[in-house]
Design a protein around this ligand. Sequence first.
Ligand code: ZN
Length: 128
Amino acid sequence: MNRFDIVAILEETGIGATETATRHWGDTIGHLDPDLAREALHIHQRANAFLPSASEILDIANDIQARNNPAPTPTRSRAVMPSYTLTGAINEDCPTCEAPAGHTCIAATGLEARIPCVSRLTRKAAAA
Ligand SMILES: [Zn+2]
């Protein structure tokens, strides 16, 4: 957004485009697309009787973007469940990737790991 967009949004909120407000809002949400900033503002206004803060608008805008751009579904990855269940690794939190008990490990790719992290296996073996 340019300064004109920031001023327009501040006028629309009722905050008023003082020099301080314009600078603060520009610093906080100036990187947003103006349409996205307005959508976030309108959502705030529908949900809230109070004047928005710049950071609230930024949070809402981030939520809108997350909703519009969901993380891609993994295209490949199927955990080999026996490697988790037969070893007992699934019953333990993973010390490496921090997967909680009952969940498969997370590979460096961000996908479900086919087999547990080595530390999860060795810790289980050491405890047995
Ligand atoms: Zn792990």
